[in-house]
Design a protein around this ligand. Structure first.
Ligand SMILES: [Zn+2]
Length: 103
């Protein structure tokens, strides 16, 4: 997931659909997300979509949003494996805490 080091201040729904499909393929599932379907899903996840000039709609990648996406990724068991991403490290360590709490 390139959200870790994505340098643009915003990401379009087309881009989110593309990343999600790559992840699904990686997990051996059918890529099934279309840009059109992503907007409502993002809103369900509590992310507000904005119009990005001529590129259609998308979300602003504020730090809050990046953190939110990391939490969602953890929830859906999507790899949080970017070595130099502080948010990934944070999620990984809170997962470990959860796991040791269960034992
Ligand atoms: Zn990350």
């Amino acid at each position: 997931m390139h959200i870790h080091k994505y340098s643009e201040p915003y990401v379009t729904v087309g881009c989110v659909a593309h990343w999600t499909n790559i992840l699904l393929q990686y997990r051996g599932e059918q890529p099934r997300f279309q840009a059109r379907a992503v907007g409502p899903i993002l809103r369900q996840l509590g992310l507000s979509t904005v119009k990005i000039g001529s590129k259609g709609i998308g979300i602003c990648l504020t730090n809050d949003v990046r953190e939110h996406l990391h939490r969602q990724a953890a929830r859906y068991r999507i790899i949080l494996a970017a070595d130099d991403c502080p948010l990934c490290a944070k999620q990984r360590s809170s997962e470990q805490k959860n796991q040791s709490a269960k034992q």
